[in-house]
Design a protein around this ligand. Structure first.
Ligand SMILES: NC(=O)c1ccc[n+]([C@@H]2O[C@H](COP(=O)([O-])OP(=O)(O)OC[C@H]3O[C@@H](n4cnc5c(N)ncnc54)[C@H](OP(=O)(O)O)[C@@H]3O)[C@@H](O)[C@H]2O)c1
Length: 280
């Protein structure tokens, strides 16, 4: 079990990835994202999750620079957007992201959504970037079991990470078990269901028992489920609060109770339906 904010999981290629990080979806480019990234790093975060489509990579890069923490101590993720899928276009998109971030390598680069026809070509580009040493680990996002099976059938390098929507209303048990069998680290996006999980009465009862917030209970459940988590907040107090989860432990029974809240309910699109952003 991770015991601090800097603890890491070891990906199947040996690269160490922090269990906990900051997400910056819907965080505005400019001072908002710069200040969020700086607040997180100042308070001990070492992992930042962005994406080309968030349109805030420049600010993330500035936040990193202004944090004063050496680049090699940080773990930076970005993602190739749907309309850039394909071999050459992915290689170009990677360079654009890197330039905006002001970095000379990424720690993790993900295919943002599977789409339908192009993820194998896109994956070949990620394999090239990995082999060329431009990125320390490569992975996918929003891949269901059938997408992973399809990719694994033909790929040279298995994805190291699958980042998916994951919270107590969408516990993804089958996908989690599949990823664990295949040595693919599962990572939770919208771990707080974009705030919607925080009013759940069961979560709040546990919060009261432990003297913690609802957010802390849910994020602790992520870690005890062996799922990397990247909650987003633009408020320094919440950035601190969310990471303050290393001083208590949910019992096995409580873990099961939270698992039992599953409703297979998403805040984001179903990956099988989500084609938005593809150029046909
Ligand atoms: N791969 C993908 O397709 C994908 C999709 C979605 C998200 N993501 C990644 O996952 C990250 C996290 O997901 P998310 O941003 O969608 O949602 P989230 O982390 O589940 O929830 C963020 C929301 O919760 C609020 N919040 C945060 N901490 C709180 C606390 N302690 N108490 C009360 N409210 C709190 C935030 O408000 P304030 O900011 O006002 O505090 C924000 O409205 C994203 O930022 C992104 O990096 C990836």
């Amino acid at each position: 079990m991770p015991t601090s904010l800097t603890d890491t999981t070891t990906l199947h290629n040996g690269v160490k990835m922090p269990w906990f990080g900051l997400g910056v979806f819907k965080v505005q480019e400019g001072s908002e994202v710069i200040e969020s990234v700086k607040a997180a790093i100042k308070n001990g975060y070492r992992s930042i999750d962005t994406a080309a489509v968030y349109k805030n990579e420049e600010g993330v890069g500035k936040g990193i620079l202004e944090s004063g923490v050496p680049r090699e101590e940080l773990f930076i993720t970005s993602k190739v957007w749907n309309s850039d899928q394909g071999y050459e276009s992915t290689l170009d998109a990677f360079e654009t992201s890197l330039k905006k971030l002001g970095l000379d390598y990424l720690d993790l680069y993900l295919i943002h959504w599977p789409g339908k026809n192009k993820f194998k070509e896109t994956w070949k580009a990620l394999e090239k970037l990995y082999k060329d040493g431009r990125v320390r680990a490569i992975g996918v996002s929003n891949f269901k079991v059938h997408h992973l099976e399809e990719l694994i059938k033909d790929c040279e390098i298995k994805p190291m990470v699958n980042q998916v929507e994951y919270h107590p209303h969408l516990t993804q048990k089958e996908l989690l078990a599949f990823c664990q069998r295949e040595g693919i680290q599962l990572e939770a996006w919208s771990p707080l269901k974009q705030g919607q999980i925080l009013s759940d009465p069961v979560i709040n009862q546990l919060a009261e028992k432990y003297g913690k917030s609802a957010a802390q209970i849910v994020l602790r459940w992520d870690l005890q489920s062996k799922v990397v988590t990247i909650p987003k907040s633009i408020k320094e107090q919440r950035i601190i609060e969310n990471a303050n989860i290393f001083d208590f432990e949910l019992t096995a029974e409580e873990m099961q109770t939270i698992d039992g809240l599953n409703k297979d309910e998403r805040v984001g699109p179903d990956p099988d339906d989500f084609m938005n952003g593809f150029t046909e």
